[in-house]
Design a protein around this ligand. Sequence first.
Ligand code: FES
Length: 323
Amino acid sequence: MTSPASTIDMTVTQITRVAKDINSYELRPEPGVILPEFTAGAHIGVSLPNGILRSYSLVNPQGERDRYVITVNLDRNSRGGSRYLHEQLRVGQRLSIAPPANNFVLVETAPHSVLFAGGIGITPIWSMIQRLRELGSTWELHYACRGKDFVAYRQELEQAAAEAGARFHLHLDEEADGKFLDLAGPVAQAGQDSIFYCCGPEAMLQAYKAATADLPSERVRFEHFGAALTGEPADDVFTVVLARSGQEFTVEPGMTILETLLQNGISRNYSCTQGVCGTCETKVLEGEPDHRDWVLSDEKKASNSTMLICCSLSKSPRLVLDI
Ligand code: FES
């Protein structure tokens, strides 16, 4: 669990183009500061100077304590997160981050790992592959991209696969004649004790869930990335009322409740900022939330008793929260 009180000041020390529309950003702390440990698949929360909070997977090897590296895809529909990073962030600029958290943990003892990535979903998967390489474990990768210009870490992945004798299947949409990456085949062919991982867009996760539906849940792991959140950003303004203090704030179009509260000096616990970890779950006393998270069950969403304020918005003009 993280909160603004536990943020770390970092400096952007390097920006590298990894593929078309994809940059990696190396962030280092103040001299002498040792960063918190993290494990493959972890993400950090990044608080951008324009007030936007975003969560990005770490791509550097998990033993490193002197830097964090994130890799970000320019989302053409960006509300200011990836667009800010790509168009405005410069080397030397300072950023505040929330320490690493991991909701997509690698099972290091698995006899074999089958990894599926779609687009920028390669970031936690690449981090896992680096760890599997270190452990000398066996793995295979199935990676879908729009086209050859959009393949991040291609050379590194090819080299890692060659070293490990691993299968690396690169699926390029532009050459696939409208066919999607086959997930069912590799799942069916994998050994009984294999563990499966998937990070990619919503359509890929749905195919992955269908392909692994008969497997025990402990063998099936996945992570959504932010762009896959359901629904469109809200166009309508709504009011959020904090029941305990009586304070009221307007949530502007393109903003989340969490961003609005933090900007107004209201401290809240949060971690992923993308509706996947559950840290920001908040009791709703009045009003109808517009649920956009991946955490609450359908029953809980229907009850409107709680909501995840990092991503969910409001269907009613006013929401009263137990804050
Ligand atoms: Fe993770 Fe809201 S901070 S779900």
